[in-house]
Design a binder for this molecule. Structure first.
Ligand code: GLN
Length: 528
């Protein structure tokens, strides 16, 4: 099943794709999801969070677009390298084969070589997962030059496979004219026309609109886009993305899709999902969490953290209000920028801008005994702040920001020295860690062995482990060989935890991450 998008980007195609996966799974159909990003980048690792939002990391170490995070959360299962594909990867494979002599004597062309590689990768996603259905989201909007080879590959697959084996869902926008309050279907009509120019007739049109879509407008879309009226699916704006599967089910989309694909439907089970959505709606208390970061004006840059906070909040019956605090503002205004929050979270990041503001936020949280959660760079800066405030090493730093510091408490891994290339050269993906049985992280996880996802180059410098331990910063999780510190905590503080990994990537709506639950529990008790 392919999901294409029309009219404008940012309609939530990733959430709709994830919702289709959620609905099919709830009907007992084994399903997997795949995102196509029509960029020449090999992965999302080198793309700017300002333009694309957070970089998500799969367990097997691929840096992907944030939609893969939505997929994992809505499906409740891990995805991997086969589930994310970019134009860069497709061309790389084809060019490698060309150099290897595989096409000797032939002219290598977009059709058939690039389109064959696209089809191969779509099939591979299905085969390696063992699923019965793969829902493939084609990034971008129809009509983009970059998207053409993908549309052509879909067209070819429709030709090659039995009719009931390929379905296309087109997501388009029905805007409201602000002057008259009228919903307009013309942009949707045009985007379907564009799709048909590429030889693809959609089976379903999902009409995203700011308000309810009245019956006559559905009929109009059906007529002009040549789809049956019951295949025009309304999808108005909702208070939470987690309500989208429920809204699409209301429209009968799950049953209609199964019918279209000739699959047997089982009785649906969305009870856990519904219970989660009900908890999101009914939280009676709220806690205010300050997220201190560089990209806070762009919330998508911290998407998984935000989602993880909501999952944990729902589990505790707690609403989460986020105060987005630019680290540069902490530098300008001082600690007053942090007043009024019940907990402070310093997320991952790169680059020097605002670093001192983040370090000041850690110091403030430690001193004022406000629950603190440091993630990746946030953990590294917790170590720096502790070195400065408690050990008295005033110019301690990470060598990422101060290569000449006399106290390089955070430094490059030995095998990272000399690495110049930027793409895919970090410590990426899932690594095991062992927890100290006498630690807060152990009692929070309730087990000794964990595996968490990483994305970083720098590490807590082993030269200083002893100094920190004797000054009271506990290394509460280590790599199995004991060489790397994966988590630190301050046992004298109510809740002060830094982790070198990214727990936010594995939090799920109905299975929140224990660290986020623990953090929020501490925040809610400290404010009452
Ligand atoms: N910049 C830091 C490093 O590379 C932290 C990375 C992160 O927070 N994801 O180690």
């Amino acid at each position: 099943m392919f999901v294409t998008g029309g009219v404008i980007s940012g309609l939530g195609k990733g959430v709709v794709t994830a919702s289709l996966g959620c609905l099919l799974k709830a009907r007992g159909v084994p399903v997997t999801l795949q995102k196509i990003d029509p960029y020449l980048n090999m992965d999302a690792g080198t793309m700017n969070p300002y333009e694309h939002g957070e970089v998500f990391v799969t367990w097997d170490g691929l840096e992907t677009d944030l939609d893969v995070g939505h997929y994992e959360r809505f499906l409740g299962q891990n995805l991997g390298r086969a589930n994310y594909l970019t134009t860069g990867q497709v061309y790389w494979s084809v060019i490698e084969r060309e150099r290897g002599g595989e096409y000797l004597g032939h002219t290598v062309q977009v059709i058939p070589h690039i389109t064959n590689e696209i089809k191969r990768r779509v099939r591979e996603a299905l085969q390696t997962s063992g699923a019965e259905v793969v829902v493939v989201e084609v990034g971008g909007t129809v009509g983009d030059i970059e998207g053409l080879p993908y549309l052509e590959a879909i067209r070819q697959l429709q030709d090659e496979l039995p009719q009931e084996d390929v379905a296309v869902v087109h997501l388009a926008y029905v805007p409201v004219l602000s002057t008259t309050g009228e919903l307009k279907t013309k942009p949707t009509q045009h985007s379907v026309k564009e799709l048909r120019t590429a030889g693809i007739q959609p089976d379903f049109v999902v009409a995203r609109s700011p308000t309810e879509l009245p019956r006559p407008l559905r009929d109009k879309i059906a007529l002009f886009c040549d789809v049956s009226p019951d295949h025009v699916i309304a999808c108005a704006d909702l208070p939470s993305i987690y309500e989208v599967p429920l809204a699409l089910r209301e429209e009968g989309l799950d049953v209609k899709l199964l019918h279209r694909l000739g699959l047997q439907a089982q009785a649906e089970d969305l009870r856990a999902w519904e219970a989660f959505v009900a908890k999101l709606r009914t939280a009676d208390r709220t806690t205010r969490i300050g997220i201190v970061g560089k990209y806070v004006e762009l919330h998508d840059a911290y998407l998984s953290i935000l989602e993880a906070l909501h999952h944990a909040g729902a589990a505790l019956g707690l609403g989460v209000e986020v105060a987005w605090i630019p680290s540069a503002r902490v530098e300008q205004e001082g600690e007053s920028a942090l007043h009024g929050v019940s907990g402070i979270l310093v997320p991952g990041g790169f680059g020097e801008r605002g670093i001192e503001g983040k370090i000041a936020a850690v110091s403030y949280a430690r001193r004022m005994r406000i629950p603190f959660f440091g993630i990746c760079l946030g953990m590294q800066l917790a170590v720096v702040a502790f070195a400065r405030d408690v050990l008295g090493w005033r110019n301690a730093h990470s060598t990422e920001f101060a290569p000449g510091t006399p106290y390089p408490v955070i430094d490059l891994l030995p095998d990272q020295h000399g690495v110049k290339a930027k793409g895919g050269t970090m410590r990426l993906g899932e690594y095991p860690a062992v927890l100290d049985p006498h630690s807060l992280v152990f009692s929070t996880y309730g087990r000794r062995e964990i595996a968490e996802r990483h994305r970083h180059r720098f590490e807590f410098n082993p030269l200083y482990f002893e100094d920190f331990a004797s000054a009271g910063l506990k290394a509460s999780a280590l790599s199995p060989d004991g060489r790397l510190v994966e988590a630190v905590e301050d046992p004298r503080h109510p809740w002060f935890v830094g982790v070198q990994y990214h727990p936010e990537f594995t939090s799920r709506p109905t299975a929140p991450h224990p660290l986020f639950v623990g953090f929020l529990r501490a925040c809610s008790s400290s404010c009452s």
